[in-house]
Design a protein around this ligand. Sequence first.
Ligand code: SF4
Length: 327
Amino acid sequence: MALSLFSGGLDSILAAKLIQNQGLDVIGIHFFSPFFGNVEKTSCWEQEYNIDILPIYIGEEYFEIIKNPRYGYGKGLNPCIDCKIYMLKRAKQLMPLFKAKFIITGEVVGQRPMSQRKDSMNTIIRESNTKDILLRPLCAKNLPPTKVEEQGIVDRSKLLDLQGRSRKKQLELAKKFNIKKIPTPAGGCLLTDPEMARRFKPIIDNKLNLTSEDFLFAKYGRQFWSDKYWLIVGRNHRENLELLKLAKESDFVFKLSNIPGPIGIGRSENSSWPNELILSAAKVIISYSKAKESLTPVKIQVCKKAVVDELEILPDRERPSLWRGPI
Ligand code: SF4
């Protein structure tokens, strides 16, 4: 039995199939978080690729890694080396439960600039303490033989020697395994997306003691920051509804009283906001509504913990400078 880090990307599927093809059982461990993974797809994958999959949510402890990765970030906010180490450690803990003898990944030497360089791959093995149990079937022949190969549990001659960024051989192999649905490369990790990285970064820079829900929040709307105060303004009806769903009891909710317009959510560790900041947040929200050029005061509700205040505000011609954004 092998446990496989199964992202749902083509390489993870092929790695699992190569080992299954040797008559060994494989269970795919699908880690998912607000940034990556697709738990809804697991039963589809099980049927499509004939691989049992165990989805595992990774939450708060993973956010600590994002905030302060030992091996730094890739192009976005992706702490790939720390992330791989973390996933392997978690998979290793699961081995006794499944009586698994080893772990496999779909890594390919030289495919990704950060985590799949040879030196990084060695770091990942060392730090996750998986030297004797980690097999990378797609590029095993470019690496020293592992214990499971030496013991004859896995036939090394049937493993591959892929390297580099080309996907050609993977696509040929997919054909051989009769894989019809080819997933898009990269797997869609939001942390690698520069736009998302820009949105997540102030949360980290401001060293806020926030949680997974806060990172989820950063996916939506226009983001504004004023020191450690955070304002999110919906861009459309769907986002307004999402923001209302995600709002916490301690948040400020801004809503125009008599005219349609965006929902604004104000969040901070500080439960109280200076009046000046509340006023300028309300002005930001008005500036994205039809009332932005009104010559008479506009009514806007500011709600917190079921207490509703209604303010009357004359819109500014300029967006209030107290807020940095939109991000
Ligand atoms: S791309 Fe995302 S999920 Fe993949 S290793 Fe990097 S941080 Fe982790």
